[in-house]
Design a protein. Structure first.
Length: 318
């Protein structure tokens, strides 16, 4: 792959293909002959919509099957345990919208008013929007190419009446694809606090997380921290902890986070109680408030709140 010139003006610049930095670039002629794309007229509308959303947090994973949507849901529920805090959960995992089931609102219908689409409320202070609400049935497959996915993400951001929210938690699909680029692009003007990256202790998952962290750095997205999910299995009978993934002698989630200079937010055990709550769409925090998995989430949510609050303080000092 041929590298992009260090001082590339970008394809949207009027200097594309004409600047001195473009000399020798294999795409110089293409850029010079192309008309720069005009600014997306939806961006100012999205910025206005999200001016009342205080904190925006993306939940990412390098690989599917690591429990990202479960973590997204429990972060949102954990934040909403404070009745004075309003939380919104946005599901842009368009081909695998599991949040309506996890949050116990599968089959609900989205209503539209003069101010836009209304999200579905799980609690008075916890709202959800997902493509799952727009499908004729839960078994319906979403077979869309990138442009149509991006169009729906834009519509969710532009047309949903989010109102005032203290936190927006965005559940993204696995990997680094069109959806990730779109959400970063559309929310860039309204400030994204950062990304939480979910992984298991397995090396095959960690290798993809490294790519995810690299993606965040390339697009200027702060990594709030890494969560180690399914770190151990808790036996429902005797509460014995078993490690279900091989323990790497040279690596591990903590060491990977240290090596890549990102915070380690904590570990979450694999507990059948959590699986039960997600399948039934009920809250882990109210059903099993004293369980180890609930306490693990409480600690992680607290760290998350402290991280974004600390960033607020730094911005005020500047």
């Amino acid at each position: 792959m041929e590298s992009v010139p260090e001082h590339c003006p970008g394809t949207e610049s009027e200097q594309a293909g004409k600047a001195s930095a473009c000399e020798g670039c294999p795409n110089q002629k293409i850029c010079a002959s192309s008309t720069p794309a005009p600014p997306d007229p939806a961006i100012p509308i999205i910025n206005e919509r999200f001016s009342e959303v205080k904190h925006k947090i993306l939940v990412l994973s390098g690989k599917g099957g690591v429990g990202k949507s479960t973590v997204s849901s429990q972060i949102a529920r954990g934040l909403a345990t404070d009745e004075n805090v309003s939380v919104a959960l946005l599901d842009i995992d368009i081909c695998g919208p599991s949040l309506p089931t996890i949050m116990g609102v599968e089959g609900e219908q989205v209503h539209q008013s003069g101010s836009g689409w209304s999200p579905i409320y799980i609690e008075d202070n916890l709202a959800l929007m997902s493509v799952g609400f727009l499908l004729p049935s839960a078994d319906e497959a979403v077979i869309w190419r990138g442009p149509k996915k991006n169009g729906l993400i834009k519509q969710f951001l532009r047309d949903v009446d989010w109102g005032y929210q203290d936190y927006l938690v965005v559940d993204t699909p696995p990997g680094t694809s069109d959806e990730h680029l779109s959400i970063v692009q559309y929310l860039k003007g309204s400030h994204i606090d950062g990304a939480v990256i979910v992984t298991t202790p397995a090396e095959v998952s960690l290798s993809d997380v490294r790519k995810e962290i690299s993606f965040c750095k390339k697009v200027g997205l702060k990594v709030i921290g890494v969560i180690e999910n399914m770190s151990t299995f808790i036996c429902p009978t005797c509460s014995y902890h078993s490690e279900i993934f091989p323990v790497s002698e040279v690596d591990g989630v903590r060491k990977m986070a240290t090596d890549m200079d990102v915070p380690y937010l904590g570990s979450i055990p694999l507990d059948p109680k959590l699986a039960q709550c997600c399948d039934q769409g009920i809250s882990l925090y109210t059903e099993y408030p004293d369980s180890l998995v609930t306490k693990a989430y409480i600690r992680i949510v607290q760290k998350l709140k402290e991280s974004v609050s600390h960033a607020d303080t730094e911005d005020m000092d500047v």
